[in-house]
Design a protein around this ligand. Structure first.
Ligand code: NAG
Ligand code: NAG
Ligand code: NAG
Ligand code: NAG
Ligand code: NAG
Ligand code: NAG
Ligand code: NAG
Ligand code: NAG
Ligand code: NAG
Ligand code: NAG
Ligand code: NAG
Length: 859
């Protein structure tokens, strides 16, 4: 899908940000949404869990965008929501008709095979505002064209990756279409049989090869307004592509990313002199010809993700002759050494991206000083260095965006030219060992500065604020430096527009300043791993934009904050490794959006609250290393999105309940700041004395339960075998009795299983050997009897220590031989003792003896 997907993702993000509305929505639309949910979950799916009966705020439900003016639904982003197991889905057109202001309907990848509508058809045409209809990745055939015909406002139609075939005819009713996606189908001709078409952009990526490509390209002549053509992911070796497209007189933009283009096909592109935009990213072969660079009108050229080196840019390609070029992408290539000097001849250049190469880039940027129009430069992921003498020349450019995230040591001081820049909006100097004070002058000099990244820059001293209030700065990261002292009390007044503030891993002390509470736009706030003291301020509960809060690893004491208010958007909360005391009162009672809650390593007391089931989006719950007591409330075991629960090291008692573990994919969120929260997310989870640090994307897949080191009693519930996705289960150091349920052999994904230090008895189920992913296993210190599971597969690697201190257990790998004088067995389970002794055993022994084994078990 390549480029196409990227394009539509951008679209989704921008639309959804504008459309957020906190209030309710129309009742008829809410009911219609619930009908729609039922239909796409038919007969037993569980998608869209946030669409709930009884919740009025349907504009806040996932995948929905409402108009902030009318509160009506304007966008439905139902992307991959129907589970494959449910079989084909037939669109019931009536379900969409209540959404009178719907302008974007995204139904990608939902196994749609057709539609049903009332007799007479043409029901869909009542959606008179629908502008964008995305039906990619379904099973429609050519008849879908008559289905969408006559939608009066439709401008954009995506039908890529369906079952379209042969000739596609855009009849008059589709003549207003501007953007059409047909990639990934098996088509060989496109016509507009009844009059001129206004088609402007056409996606023909990955067209199946047994379609007739020449005929298809020739047929495009019938679309006189076609300016933009996406042909990515096709094989054009051996054909003169440029000549085949020559008759498309208005073609300005040609996208050939991920294509196979040999020397001849590349050279033939020279036949398209009116091209302004050309994209040749991630080609399947080396760029072996520069013929296409006779395109003197080229304004935009993307050569990213290829194998360009300094020689072929200059000689083979002659890149530096393109003096109309405004935008040049050469990131992810093999450019090395110093920047190609001929770049100075590209005097029209506004945007230059050389990131992720092997270049040495002087932090002074002196080779670029003559590029007076340059506004954007990305040199990140190269070696940034400081020249011996930072000269006093000043550049002709005024940059808006500068990215110099370094590999290696980086700059040692702020380059002098930065003192003359006044238009900066985005600046990234991450990983440069700059050593110095916080550059508050950058904020003062650059009124429009929005984003400033100074992570891991060896900066020290106090955090200096700009002298005046600076409303534009929305993203500031100064994590991983050596800043000290208190956070200035005026921070909220001087930087009132902050959305993201990251100050983790510094030496800040004192308390969290009051003025931060005035930053109503703050969405993400990370002060972790400092030396802050005091209490968590109460005003934090009133920060209505806050989604991500990390105060872990400080010396905060006192109670949890008071109740977050009902409009709270809080999703991720880390308060671990502090000295917080008292019970978990009502703090998160109204925070139903929370999906990560980490309160571990504190001094919390009392019970796990019964209202915990109000957090129905909860996926990660960490309450370990506290002083919690009482039983697990039944409400907790009903949270059907949970994938990771750590209650270890508390004083919890009572029986272990049966659990559900979510198997849903991680909920997709379209949010400006989502990428930050997912990369920042991390926490420790202990499996078998090994603390694993889970971070970022791994978290999406991890599922585990840790109830170790508590006072749980009773038997392990049979239903635990239903946790088929679980990877780690630790019930050690409790007071559990009874057998290991035979259902354990269904835990096919399990990697770590620890039942040690309990009072479990009976035989260890022999079928545990079917757990082929198991790497860590212990049942030591229990009352098991009979023989351990056969020493095959994973179980060949578990040695004596995994089983020790079970007085009635005998046979390999334990030294005790079965049938010898044994203490009387407490249970009658080991009836097959005789069969177990003798010759068979020796055979197993000889086989496993030769297995090179690593023991993963035990303390
Ligand atoms: C191209 O299309 C074929 C057939 O439709 C499909 O199997 C293949 O995965 C597609 N390739 C890409 C990169 O999308
Ligand atoms: C389609 O949806 C409408 C409205 O919910 C319903 O009345 C109708 O029975 C549905 N039709 C089919 C074939 O399921
Ligand atoms: C195309 O799809 C429609 C609607 O699902 C179906 O009725 C028709 O039989 C299909 N036509 C072909 C040729 O497969
Ligand atoms: C094609 O573009 C021209 C110039 O922009 C415009 O006048 C004309 O109406 C367009 N043709 C169609 C069929 O939209
Ligand atoms: C492809 O189309 C061209 C032009 O219409 C025709 O000359 C050629 O024979 C066709 N090739 C195949 C394999 O169908
Ligand atoms: C381009 O147009 C000319 C004149 O109409 C025609 O002779 C030629 O075959 C066309 N070329 C292609 C590749 O379609
Ligand atoms: C050319 O590319 C630029 C930059 O991506 C884009 O803004 C512009 O719309 C493109 N022009 C055309 C005609 O596609
Ligand atoms: C820039 O272009 C001029 C004229 O084409 C040429 O003489 C000069 O060598 C070029 N400069 C570099 C650094 O390539
Ligand atoms: C930017 O700030 C520095 C340090 O305060 C100052 O010397 C310089 O004159 C300022 N530059 C501009 C263009 O205002
Ligand atoms: C478990 O309960 C017993 C008796 O009720 C108590 O003495 C012991 O301290 C508890 N252990 C833990 C780890 O809470
Ligand atoms: C474990 O359970 C037994 C019997 O239920 C009880 O006598 C004992 O005190 C418990 N031990 C702990 C540490 O709770």
């Amino acid at each position: 899908m390549g480029l196409f997907l990227q394009v539509s993702t951008v679209l989704v993000i921008t639309v959804s940000l504008q459309g957020w509305h906190p209030l309710g929505c129309l009742q008829e639309e809410r009911i219609a949404l619930l009908h729609l949910k039922d239909s796409l979950n038919y007969p037993h799916g569980t998608s869209l869990p946030t669409w709930r009966k009884g919740d009025d705020r349907c504009c806040d439900w996932e995948s929905i965008v409402c108009s902030s003016r009318t509160c009506r639904v304007t966008g439905l982003y139902l992307w991959s929501v129907r589970n494959q197991e449910l079989g084909d889905w037939y669109l019931n057109v009536s379900l969409f008709l209540p959404f009178q202001q719907l302008n974007s309907l995204i139904l990608m990848d939902n196994h749609i095979a057709g539609w049903v509508e009332k007799k007479g058809g043409y029901e869909l045409q009542k959606l008179s505002n629908l502008k964008i209809l995305a039906l990619e990745d379904n099973s429609f055939n050519n008849s879908v064209l008559s289905f969408v015909e006559g939608l009066p406002s439709l401008k954009t139609l995506y039908l890529d990756y369906n079952r379209l075939e042969g000739l596609i005819d855009l009849k008059e009713s589709l003549s207003n279409l501007k953007h059409l996606g047909l990639g990934g189908n098996n088509i060989n001709k496109l016509v507009a049989s009844r009059g001129p078409s206004s088609l402007n952009t056409l996606y023909l990526g990955n067209i199946t090869t047994y379609g007739n490509m020449s005929q298809l390209l020739q047929s495009l002549e019938a679309f006189p307004n076609l300016t933009t053509l996406f042909l990515h992911h096709n094989d054009f070796t051996g054909r003169k592509l440029g000549d085949e497209l020559k008759n498309l007189s208005s073609l300005e933009s040609l996208y050939l990313d991920k294509c196979s283009l040999d020397e001849h096909s590349l050279q033939s592109l020279g036949a398209l002199p009116s091209l302004k935009n050309l994209s040749l990213s991630a080609l399947n072969n080396n760029i072996s010809s520069g013929g296409f660079l006779h395109l003197r009108n080229l304004e935009f050229l993307n050569l990213s993700y290829n194998t360009l080196n300094n020689n072929n840019i200059l000689q083979t390609i002659g890149l530096c002759d393109l003096n109309n070029l405004q935008e040049l992408h050469m990131y992810h290539n093999n450019l090395s050494g110093f920047m190609p000097p001929c770049l100075v001849n590209l005097t029209s250049l506004q945007h230059l991206d050389l990131s992720s190469n092997l270049l040495k880039i002087p932090v002074s940027l002196s080779p670029l000083y003559n590029l007076s129009k340059l506004k954007y430069f990305d040199g990140s992921g190269n070696e940034i260095f400081t020249e011996k003498h930072d000269h006093n020349l000043s550049p002709k450019f005024q940059l808006e965006s500068l990215y110099l995230n370094s590999h290696g040591q980086g700059a040692r001081a702020f380059p002098k030219f930065l003192y003359h820049q006044v238009n900066l909006q985005s600046l990234d100097l991450t990983n440069n060992q700059i050593k110095g004070e916080f550059p508050n002058w950058l904020i003062e000099n650059n009124t429009y500065l929005q984003e400033l990244y100074l992570e891991n820059c060896s900066l020290s001293g106090p955090f200096l604020l700009p002298k005046n209030s600076h409303v534009n700065l929305s993203f500031l990261s100064i994590s991983m430096n050596h800043f000290q002292g208190q956070i200035p009390s005026e921070i909220g007044d001087r930087l009132p527009g902050l959305q993201v503030l990251f100050m983790s891993d510094n030496g800040f002390n004192g308390s969290i300043p009051f003025s931060l509470g005035n930053i109503s736009s703050l969405q993400a706030f990370d002060l972790s791993n400092n030396s802050l003291q005091g209490q968590i301020p109460g005003w934090i509960g009133n920060m209505s934009s806050l989604e991500f809060l990390d105060l872990s690893g400080n010396n905060l004491s006192g109670p949890l904050p008071p109740r977050f208010n009902t409009s709270s958007k809080l999703r991720v909360v880390y308060l671990s490794r502090n000295k917080l005391q008292g019970p978990i009162t009502m703090a998160f009672y109204d925070s139903s959006e929370i999906f990560t809650l980490d309160l571990s390593h504190n001094y919390l007391t009392g019970r796990i609250p019964k209202w915990i089931d109000r957090l129905f989006n909860l996926r990660f719950l960490l309450l370990s290393y506290n002083n919690l007591e009482g039983e697990i409330p039944i409400q907790l075991s009903r949270l059907d999105q949970l994938t990771l629960i750590d209650l270890s090291h508390n004083h919890l008692s009572g029986s272990i309940l049966s659990w559900m573990i979510s198997t849903h994919p991680f909920p997709r969120q379209y949010n400006s700041y989502d990428y930050v929260s997912s990369s920042q997310q991390s926490f420790e989870f202990t499996t078998k004395n090994v603390s694993l640090y889970y971070r970022g994307s791994i978290l999406r897949y991890f599922t585990g339960l840790d109830f170790s080191c508590n006072n749980f009693t009773g038997e392990i519930p049979l239903e635990i075998g239903n946790l088929s996705m679980i990877k780690a289960l630790n019930l050690s150091h409790n007071n559990l009795t009874g057998p290991i349920p035979p259902t354990f052999s269904k835990l096919k994904e399990i990697e770590s299983l620890d039942l040690s230090y309990n009072k479990l008895d009976g035989e260890i189920p022999p079928r545990l050997i079917e757990l082929f992913s198991l790497e860590v296993f212990s049942v030591a210190h229990n009352n098991f009897s009979g023989k351990p599971p056969a020493r095959v597969a994973q179980f060949a690697t578990f040695d004596e220590r995994c089983y020790k201190d079970n007085p009635f257990l005998c046979g390999e790998p334990l030294p005790k031989i079965c049938g010898a004088a044994m203490p009387p067995s407490p249970s009658p389970t080991s009836t097959n003792n005789e069969e177990n002794g003798g010759f068979m055993d020796m055979e197993v022994f000889y086989v496993t003896f030769w297995v090179v084994y690593i023991s993963w078990c035990c303390w």
